[in-house]
Design a protein around this ligand. Structure first.
Ligand SMILES: O=P(O)(O)OP(=O)(O)OP(=O)(O)OC[C@H]1O[C@@H](n2cnc3c(O)ncnc32)[C@H](O)[C@@H]1O
Ligand SMILES: [Ca+2]
Length: 509
């Protein structure tokens, strides 16, 4: 009797101990997860802003960027929050009316005042970089180029932002910053993580960058191998702990507008009656061109000739094959002081890997409906050009009433020029042509040199990989939950076995 009572009490006690232990292990696990989550919860974000003005040859664009202050060295944290197109032509066109630059930037700078919180204005850097239009002006008249920059600098320093200066970028910088921008946005500088980030990652291959502006065009990529040829075309970077040797070249006068000016100056040389029959314009298209205006840019100077007329008329004949022949004459491939060249004696290693092609590369391809399919072959593009160039001007005009007439009349030339530049200029092949992606933006951020420029000037891309927690926050939480659950289950099973060791034996018999 005494014995039975004793064993009942023992069973009662051990059952309760089991319940209490089970219950406390659940509480412990819950507490562990809660502490883990709250400790690692991201802190309320504190943002910083930066402003870059891209003073291009055709127009000026302003970009406002924003990033969380605490994460400045992580990749992919900078976001473009606003793009503002400045009304009017590029700054170089103001060289004979400097006073007009006083009000040129007002509307876009007012946007900045509204977008960036007032308290952050004094610490928000503003950079202005001018490109090929200003390089050309500097070649013609250095003093005037300085006056233009001084004038824009004066107007920018009147704002409460932290103005960091206005300068002309070199072609090399323009190419390199474009390359940095797209690879930063595509996340190519970080290793591809493996096994929830527990194993060492793999180095990713970078994208090449191609920018087609109005006055110059840049090509930048990491070639297969480094060579000692033409060191001026190479830039070495150390980014996030990795070394990159990048080829870059900017072809001044080979932007879309200057290339057309060159072509017209070349072709009018052989005309004697003031009429230029041009296969790169649609049949039925006619336009008067002032001879003196044709030679104002240093780009067309090499074809300058005294002509027996002051103006001439372009008359379109709309023939893609002939247009292609005429465009190819712009690329001199008859000499090369290196093992291999692009054109005009400029070194170019074989193109390698994927490329992002932006600005006019994109505008033109988008108009031609060649950006929706991801892979574009050169046959597809040639066929599109052949058909498009042969359409009469009146038909084209009525089919696209919303498109600016200057752009519309020039797509036949521009598409043919792009194709010739890529195939004969840069030697893309049938197969490598398909590795070109025509892009305007990457996840809401414009493809162009401005982001790379700002990342560099604000030291946002470290040379070495920043020391960070080995696991991402989500991996950490996932593993915490998993191991806690395993621990709780093991504890409960252990207690059951401890309480009734014969249970498993019985089952096995
Ligand atoms: O780089 P630089 O040479 O200084 O020139 P930019 O910066 O002013 O040149 P953009 O990339 O803004 O534009 C490149 C060219 O594309 C033209 N363009 C802009 N929008 C276009 C559109 O919708 N369709 C066709 N062409 C366009 C523009 O006039 C230029 O000739
Ligand atoms: Ca540009």
């Amino acid at each position: 009797m005494e014995g039975t009572k004793d064993s009942n009490v023992k069973r009662f006690c051990s059952q309760h101990i089991l319940v209490i232990l089970g219950f406390s292990s659940v509480i412990a696990v819950t507490a562990l997860i809660a502490v883990g989550l709250s400790q690692n919860k991201p802190l309320p974000e504190n943002f910083k802003y930066g402003i870059v003005l891209d003073a291009g040859s055709t127009h000026t664009n302003l970009y406002i960027y924003k990033w969380p202050a605490e994460k400045k060295n992580n990749t992919g944290v900078v976001q473009e929050v606003e793009e503002c197109k400045v009304k009017g032509p590029g700054v170089a066109k103001y060289s004979n009316k400097l006073h007009a630059l006083e009000t040129y930037l007002i509307a876009c700078m007012e946007r900045c005042k509204n977008v960036v919180p007032r308290s952050l204005h004094p610490e928000t850097p503003v950079y202005l970089g001018a490109t090929a239009g200003m390089r050309l002006l500097r070649m013609q008249n250095e003093h005037l180029a300085h006056s233009v920059l001084d004038e824009v600098a004066k107007s920018l320093s009147e704002y409460s932002f932290d103005f960091q200066g206005a300068r002309i970028l070199s072609g090399q910088e323009e190419g390199a910053y474009g390359w940095i921008t797209i690879n930063y946005l595509l996340g190519k500088f970080v290793e591809k993580s493996k096994w929830l980030g527990l194993m060492a990652g793999e180095r990713q291959s970078t994208f090449g960058a191609m920018d087609l502006g109005g006055a110059s065009t840049q090509i930048t990529f990491a070639p297969e191998s480094h060579t000692a040829e033409s060191p001026d075309n190479f830039i070495n970077f150390r980014l996030y702990g990795k070394d990159y040797s990048v080829y870059t070249h900017s072809f001044l006068c080979y932007g879309k507008d200057e290339a057309l000016q060159q072509k017209l100056a070349k072709d009018i040389e052989v005309s004697s009656n003031g009429i230029l029959k041009d296969p790169c314009f649609h049949l039925g298209y006619a336009k008067l061109v002032n001879v003196s205006k044709l030679y104002t840019s240093p780009c067309a100077k090499r074809y300058e000739k005294t002509l027996p007329f002051d103006e001439f008329q372009i008359q379109g004949t709309g023939n893609y094959q002939q247009c292609r022949q005429s465009v190819l004459e712009l690329f001199n491939t008859s000499y090369c002081p290196y093992s291999q060249c692009a054109f005009n004696g400029i070194f170019l290693p074989p193109v390698k890997g994927n490329f992002g092609a932006f600005s006019a590369f994109y505008f033109v391809m988008q108009f031609l409906n060649l950006t929706s399919t991801k892979v574009i072959s050169q046959e597809m593009m040639s066929e599109t050009m052949r058909k498009y160039c042969s359409r009469p001007w009146q038909e084209v005009r009525t089919s696209f009433p919303e498109v600016h007439e200057k752009f519309l009349s020039e797509y036949c030339f521009a598409g043919t020029y792009i194709l010739s530049l890529l195939l004969q200029g840069y030697h893309f092949t049938d197969s490598s042509f398909k590795d070109i992606e025509f892009m305007r933006e990457i996840e809401g951020n414009s493809a162009g040199w401005t982001l790379g420029y700002m990342l560099n000037l604000t030291n946002m891309i470290p040379a070495e990989q920043p020391v960070t927690a080995p696991l991402s926050h989500s991996t950490y939480v996932f593993l915490m939950v998993l191991f806690s659950l395993i621990l709780a289950v093991a504890l409960i099973i252990g207690l059951v076995v401890f309480k009734n060791p014969s249970y498993f034996w019985k089952e096995m018999v």
